[in-house]
Design a binder for this molecule. Structure first.
Ligand SMILES: NC(=O)c1ccc[n+]([C@@H]2O[C@H](COP(=O)([O-])OP(=O)(O)OC[C@H]3O[C@@H](n4cnc5c(N)ncnc54)[C@H](O)[C@@H]3O)[C@@H](O)[C@H]2O)c1
Ligand SMILES: [Fe+2]
Length: 386
């Protein structure tokens, strides 16, 4: 085995864990906090509750609520300017993957004087950032426990994937009660993102003995709870299980890797402005079907974990049942085909494909897939999901 494993040094998983924000911020020595979030969470009252909690502990919080879904370099620069203006010395990311990723990059940009583009890629951040607390409200990306951030480069319409140990939070507060307000479509999209993390971490060429148990438990929990959380938003056990699954999936993929689905999904998101979880979900069944050839035994194991194949089924037939299961899951969650969600003509879609395939390969993620497609094969795969 040859593995490196990084997670935040403190991960608190509990209903009500977010109420420990002020105590954790004080423990980290924070005196003024920048609370990075988005407008929806301000409107829900959650941001005020967190800011009040910090203020009561003598840690005044400045709220930066300008993060857009799939955050941009501009969002990060705006948050950083506010942090500097208010002399904040601690960053709190509160929300889905978008505010958490923006908070991560604001925290390192405060201590690393370099253009954001220079953070893109693997291990490109020289110094540790400001102390960082992350609180997820979707279940989800697992970003609260990953050393990864994805920021859109608006100049090039590309998603910059940044992976560095300096992007890790000091503390992750994983509180499923914050996810109870998610509407059904959001639950579906972020839930399939979680499942994709588990599956890709498991089949990745970088899968290892530390990440396999986490990936497998992520897959098991998602298969057993996503449909319930989607159909019954107030179902606390299902929400709790999905929040845990997201956290496990994050730890797994960040220390194994994501693969072809995420590699191909980022250009779809960047070019057609489709939410991350939804674009993954639309790609997952077909990309899985194409990738089976590279890891039949692993895909068969996943098929058994989700209940798509009997324990006694031979690997060939068990693995073949997985894409069918994923198609049926999408159908039940109301996730159709790509053309139902991107409102462009098929000829416009076709024109974009060669550049999207190049961008997918350039991201590095497809190289961890059990089978590596050529640029032409990626174009053909995009056509299949259209
Ligand atoms: N860093 C990582 O490890 C990692 C992993 C996967 C994805 N990502 C990134 O995460 C981003 C996507 O994050 P996301 O899918 O969590 O969505 P998001 O953060 O973009 O949020 C989507 C919408 O859901 C709303 N929302 C959030 N929590 C809610 C709640 N509890 N109730 C009601 N509405 C709520 C938000 O206000 C927003 O309008 C993408 O940019 C993606 O690239 C990062
Ligand atoms: Fe993801």
């Amino acid at each position: 085995m040859n593995a490196q494993f990084n997670v935040p040094s403190t991960i608190i998983v509990a209903g009500g864990a977010s109420q420990q924000l002020a105590a954790q911020a004080a423990r980290l020595g924070g005196r003024r906090a920048l609370l990075v979030t988005d407008a929806t969470l301000v409107a829900s009252g959650l941001v005020k509750r967190c800011a009040d909690q910090l203020a009561a502990a003598d840690i005044p919080a400045t709220v930066f609520s300008g993060v857009k879904p799939d955050p941009t370099d501009e969002n990060v620069r705006e948050g950083l300017a506010l942090l500097r203006k208010e002399n904040c010395d601690l960053v709190v990311g509160l929300g889905g993957g978008s505010p958490m990723d923006a908070a991560k990059v604001i925290a390192v940009a405060a201590t690393n004087d370099a253009p954001l583009r220079e953070f893109a890629g693997y291990h490109r951040i020289a110094r540790a950032g400001l102390p960082l607390v992350l609180i997820p409200t979707t279940a989800g990306t697992g970003s609260e426990v990953t050393k990864v951030a994805v920021i859109t480069d608006t100049g090039r319409d590309q998603k910059m994937m940044m992976l560095d140990v300096h992007l890790l939070a000091n503390v992750a507060l994983v509180d499923f009660e914050l996810s109870l307000t998610m509407p059904a479509s959001l639950t579906a999209h972020v839930g399939v993102d979680t499942l994709t993390h588990g599956i890709e971490a498991c089949v990745s060429k970088k899968a290892n003995g530390l990440t396999d148990p986490l990936a497998e438990q992520c897959i098991r929990l998602t298969a057993a709870n996503l449909l319930t959380a989607w159909a019954e938003p107030a179902n606390r056990p299902a929400r709790e299980a999905m929040m845990l699954a997201a956290c496990l999936g994050g730890m797994a993929f960040a220390n194994s890797s994501v693969c072809l689905v995420h590699g191909m999904s980022r250009p779809v998101g960047a070019v057609f402005h489709l939410a991350h979880g939804l674009s993954n979900a639309l790609l997952l069944p077909e990309i899985t079907r194409w990738s089976l050839r590279g890891a039949v035994a692993r895909y068969a194991r996943i098929a058994r974990l989700v209940g798509a194949a009997a324990d006694s089924a031979p690997d060939e037939s068990a693995s073949a049942s997985l894409p069918v299961y994923l198609e049926q899951l999408n159908a039940r969650l109301g996730i159709g085909r790509l053309r139902d969600f991107i409102h462009v003509d098929q000829t416009v879609f076709e024109q974009k494909l060669p550049a999207m395939a190049e961008a997918a390969l350039a991201s590095g993620s497809p190289q961890n897939n059990p089978a590596l497609p050529s640029t032409d094969e990626i174009v053909a795969l995009y056509r299949r999901v259209w």
